[in-house]
Structures are given as C-alpha cells and as structure tokens.
Design a protein around this ligand. Sequence first.
Ligand SMILES: O=C(O)C1=C[C@@H](OP(=O)(O)O)[C@@H](O)[C@H](O)C1
Ligand SMILES: C=C(OP(=O)(O)O)C(=O)O
Length: 432
Amino acid sequence: MDVTISNSRVSGRTRAPPSKSYTHRAVLAAGYGDEATVRDPLVSADTKATMRAVEAFGGSVERAEDDSHLVVEGFGGRPGVPDDVVNCENSGTTMRLVTACGALADGLVVLTGDDSLRSRPQGPLLSAIEDLGGRGESTRRNGQAPLVVGGATRGGRVAIPGDVSSQYITALLMAGAVTDEGIEIELETELKSAPYVDITLEVLADFGVEAERTDEGFAVEGGQSYAPEGGEYAVPGDFSSMSYLLAAGAVAAEADDAVVVEGARPSAQGDSAIVDILESMGAEVSWDREAGEITVPRADLTGTTVDVGDTPDLLPTIATLGAVADGDTVVENCEHVRYKETDRVSAMAEELEKMGASVTEERDRLTVHGGETTLTGARVDGRHDHRIVMSLAVAGLVAEGETTVEGAEHVDVSFPNFFDSMASLGVELRRE
Ligand SMILES: O=C(O)C1=C[C@@H](OP(=O)(O)O)[C@@H](O)[C@H](O)C1
Ligand SMILES: C=C(OP(=O)(O)O)C(=O)O
C-alpha cells in the first residue's frame, strides 16, 4: 500500500497504542508461567509472532473480541518442541526472546523470519547459548537466521557484547529464570539500548521473578516461576509510537490549537526522552504524568544534538524533526541503529534527501542540516520498515505538495492504526 500525504495542519486528541516491548515480554512471561491475563496488549504483526511462538511451545493465547485483553495459558516453564518451524516474520524481539526460550527445549527448535529478519545479527546470542551448554546454530553459518537451537541448557555463566542488541540480555534473563542453575551475564562491551533491559527487569518483577544488575552485567537465579500478582498484567502506552504523534504536533499543529496524546503514563521506556528532545528543540511540551497526557503545540524548531545510545528507535523521528528545524541536528552514537529492520541511518539520510533535505551520514553519526531548503513532496521508499514509514509521513505534513510513502502497510508491525490516528488529527491522506 502507498499512502499519499498532503501538506496538512493537525489538532485534537489521539491515543498512543500499547507498548510493543512490554507486550512481547508480558506474553512470553505469561507463556513461561501457567496462566495470566494480559490487559491492553498491542495486537500487531510483531506481537502476534510472539503469541504464535508461545503456542508453538505448547501454550495458548486467546484474544478478546475487542483485543482489550489476552488470556495466555503458558507452557509452564519448559517449552515443548514445536511441531513446525517458528516464523518470527519481521520481529527482532520475537526472534531473540524465542531463541533463548527454544534453547531450553529438550529437542530442537528451528526459527526463521522474513528477508529483513534473516539479515539481522544473532551470532552473539547463539554463542552464548553454546557456552551455556545448549545448541545454537545458524544454518548458513553466518550468525543469521534460519537458526537451530535446543539442547535443554541448564544455565551458568556467560560473556556477551552489549553493543549489538540489548535483546540478547533480555532473552537470557527471561529464559534463565526457569533454568536449573540460573544465568550470570558478563557484558564484554558497553550496553546500548539499556532502558530496554530496565523494561525487562520491570516486567520480570511484576511476574514475581527476581533478576538484578551486577558489577559485571546482570544475573537471574534459576528455579523461579512466572506469575503476575492477581493473575493479571496491564501494558502501558508506547513512547516510540507516540514520538510520531508528538512530532506531528510540533511541526504541524494549528496555530491556535495543539495535539494531545493520551496513554502517556510514565514507565521504564527510554523513548519517553522524546519529550525532552522536543523541548530542547524549542517546543513547549506539557506532560501531565498522572493523567497520562502530553500536549504539543506547533513550534519553530531549532537543531539539537541527541545521543541515541539508549533510544535507537527515536532516530527516524529525530531525523525528520531535524529536517524541519533551523540549524543542524546531530544524532550521535547511532551505529546500532543500522541493525534494525533496515539500516535506518542510511534510510533516513537517503529518503529525506529525496524530499530536498541536506544530510551528512557518518558510521556513528547523522547530521541533518535543517533550514537550508524547504522540504518538497516526493515519492519515498518506506524500506519495509514501520518507523521509516511513520517518520516520512510526518515529514510529508510540512513538505510542499504531496508526499507518497511506498510500503506504508508496514505500520502494522507496531502501530496498525497509525494512518487512522493521523487522519483523525486532520491529516489529508489517500491510501492506494
Ligand atoms: O527489547 C526491545 O523491546 C527492543 C530493544 C531495542 O533493540 P536493541 O536492543 O536491539 O537495540 C529496540 O530497538 C527494539 O525496537 C525493541
Ligand atoms: C527494531 C525494532 O523492533 P525489533 O527489534 O523487535 O524488530 C523496532 O520496533 O524498531
């Protein structure tokens, strides 16, 4: 599907979808347990992949008709051996979390995914599983999926790099809790995307599982059981998804009106940094934390410098904001953003350039030279990547003329009703 966006003004209220990261963890945590209800889940292409994996391991996931909750019957600690290959489609989180879970099976589990997922790095997690006495192999021996894992790993001590994906740590902590020996993780390099491990520790604690940060990394004891208090777990709103709505307000709100985004209760999400980033660019954002509402009026944005070591998913949003702002916006510490659904550093540089922006790309840094030209509508490629699609759609709000984003259906990965939300804020768009 292509979506064509006209230069538009926005105003009114909208609600952020539930968090993808929390939903993945809650569904798998419930899978490791006996039974739990997950309230306000994100039901999207990626989280459905995790739900199917829980079913493949012997659990079941029943969706309420209105998707207001899920009832998950778990596989009770140790996963069964699936009848078939587990297809994680486009979801890195699913593949990493399910790889470590699959290594607990008393048999072999085969994991695959789409073209994008089969090009993302899994090598450090496979090596960690082998070091823990399990089997962790890439069929092509290139550290990428398809993967074969299993061998009923008992846990132990393992060293792993922290600068490729924090999802390896999340995966080992979640699986480690049900091993015999527990897992101690030593970080060989600095941890990037660290707030995502904080999210994991928060969800584990809410499911009654103890894990901790140590001097060397992280540790989880074995022999634990997953069970949320009262049998229920509620998912908070998603700040990465929210970033597009807030950015839309900052670049295109009506002169006398603002955009109000609901579902913004504080949580461990690093991507709530979008509020500070917008403020540092000159937007007057107000966040009522108790009500969970963020209000953003339009602002004349100025460039800023952002280190995205902790917040890789914000890079596409910041790049778009930088293209609209006056002066340079520098995104630093972004090499790990190249290992996502696509290389998002290059993707944003090349697609914004098609709209007339001036951008300098370096391995670990992206500089958007704002204010040099006005953005012009163009035909841009969403790169089969939900975040590239949504960021380019926001740029389209202020570009002269029409912007067509190709492959816009990929928003279904994290924010299935993104274009409905944009239309409800007043964006003029056509889906073809
Ligand atoms: O654990 C998670 O839920 C995620 C961790 C991050 O990935 P990395 O740890 O690979 O940077 C992030 O980019 C991804 O969207 C979601
Ligand atoms: C990188 C992302 O997710 P995943 O790693 O789960 O594919 C994302 O949502 O931006």
